[in-house]
Design a protein around this ligand. Structure first.
Ligand SMILES: [Zn+2]
Length: 481
């Protein structure tokens, strides 16, 4: 079955058909780097990375691009507040952004594009728009001429007349129409600027995404994603700028994630109603945070509270223990091919459960990336596998089947990233510590010629599968017979 995607542009689910069979272009609006990002901003970073991973899992060659807006009013204001340069602010928060998404288990994009590295591309795009009579200069600023772009507001479905009424309060003499938006801003004293055919200035935010997405993904590409709040005006304006310049359809599928609410209010920086992802990562494991997001469909609103996150932590911990049990039970299985005719009834049932769950997970994810449903199926797989283990693994085939379950879980988790593997390592480190202490104790007893106790320690370790070898440098231990 083909992947179905809910497209904001058409307001319905559509079958995903790549524009170019060899490359799936995917652009996600990235952060404006003037502060640590809040946990609501983390949602698109996590969910669209999962969408991208799933597309890769399904065999698409995805090129995933994200912008970093490093020139903007917010950055300039923050720099002025702190008495530092804009570049200092943006560098600091770009570094913090990379740290935080890495901790959240978000895979790096194929390209992170900084606005300030692409000023020439932006100027070229504006020149094309001016040539097409889609843009005009006015007092050093350049505006997009909305009235000349027929398809304006096709993404948001807004009516031009309503927009005009809404914006009448702020009459701007420089604009031909109040709904025209800025492409290039003339430099004000103390602001960073670049030279352009219209004088010194800097690009508008909407323009950055048009110029950089087309540069890296082509004039028409498959997916463009971001939060629901970006539909208007940001994405609407991106369409106008790109299609106004090229005359081609800009993006085929527009994906938007729902808001994150705190007690019913949208989390946002402007209202002070927010927690940074950094704060949350100090309190909760990243895999639990991912579970919290992925247990809701990406388009649904999601309520944030400590209680909800706490329950994700509990599920996450259960998942971790269950996974460990499966890994241990599979052990070092010898690779034998499973022959269905040799399986017991119980094994046959387990084998067909594996296939059933597999197709259910694919069906769920193919249906507009329904991660809550898919995760539910993955939890079923954990439960069934643990029950199978508890019944006793009598045959080599049984262990082989458990190992197959483990492989499948690893496959699914390469998409979701919700299994906490860090503690498995911590567990191993603790074991190493305890064993080393026991080996040291044995050495001490041997020095005191208390061989009875020393041998007792050696035998206990041997029972646990550890071998102690006496070397000139002292006793060493290793796993094995
Ligand atoms: Zn954007």
């Amino acid at each position: 079955m083909a992947i179905q995607v809910y497209n904001t542009l058409t307001r319905k689910k559509e079958e995903y058909k790549p524009i170019n069979p060899h490359m799936t272009g995917f652009y996600v609006c990235g952060p404006t780097v003037y502060d640590y990002f809040h946990i609501g901003n983390a949602r698109p970073f996590i969910v669209f990375d999962v969408v991208r991973r799933y597309l890769i899992y399904r065999g698409y060659n995805v090129r995933y691009v994200m912008n970093l807006t490093d020139v903007d009013d917010k950055i300039i204001n923050r720099a002025n507040e702190r008495g530092v340069s804009s570049a200092e602010i943006s560098q600091k928060y770009i570094a913090a952004f990379f740290e935080d998404i890495q901790k959240l288990g978000v895979r790096p994009a194929d390209a992170y594009t900084k606005a300030t590295d692409h000023i020439t591309d932006m100027i070229t795009l504006i020149e094309r728009l001016v040539e097409n009579d889609m843009a005009y200069e006015s007092g050093g600023d350049v505006f997009f001429n909305v009235r000349n772009f027929e398809d304006y507001a096709k993404l948001s479905g807004k009516k031009l007349d309503e927009l005009q009424v809404g914006s009448r309060i702020a009459v701007d003499e420089r604009k031909k129409s109040p709904i025209d938006f800025v492409l290039w801003k003339a430099a004000k004293p103390g602001e960073p600027f670049w030279e352009s055919p219209w004088g010194n200035g800097r690009p508008g935010w909407h323009l950055e995404c048009s110029a950089m997405s087309m540069k890296y993904l082509g004039e028409s590409f498959d997916f463009h994603a971001g939060g629901l709040d970006l539909i208007f005006p940001h994405h609407e304006n991106e369409i106008a700028q790109s299609e106004g310049a090229t005359g081609k359809p800009f993006v085929r599928y527009w994906l938007h994630n729902g808001f994150l609410d705190i007690k019913g209010d949208k989390m946002s920086k402007s209202t002070g109603n927010f927690f940074t992802a950094r704060d949350i990562l100090e309190k909760y494991p990243a895999t639990a945070i991912r579970l919290f997001f992925l247990q809701k469909h990406y388009r649904s609103p999601i309520d944030f509270s400590d209680e909800v996150l706490q329950s994700a932590v509990t599920s996450n911990e259960r998942l971790r223990l269950s996974y460990q049990k499966i890994v241990e039970a599979a052990g070092d299985v010898e690779a034998i091919s499973i022959s269905e005719s040799d399986l017991t009834e119980e094994e046959k049932r387990f084998y067909s459960m594996l296939d059933g769950v597999h197709s259910e997970i694919l069906t769920a994810m193919d249906d507009d990336f329904n991660s809550p449903l898919a995760l539910g199926k993955m939890f079923d797989l954990f439960r069934e596998t643990n029950r199978f283990i508890d019944n006793g693994l009598q045959t080599a085939q049984s262990r082989q089947l458990v190992d197959l379950a483990r492989q499948r879980i690893d496959e699914y988790d390469s998409v979701f990233g919700v299994i906490d593997r860090s503690k498995a390592q911590v567990g191993q480190d603790k074991i190493n510590e305890v064993v080393s202490t026991m080996v040291e104790l044995r050495n001490a007893f041997r020095k005191e010629r208390n061989f009875a106790v020393a041998d007792k320690i050696r035998d206990a370790l041997a029972d646990a599968g550890l071998v102690i070898e006496d070397t000139p440098q002292g006793a060493k231990w290793r796993w094995g017979a």
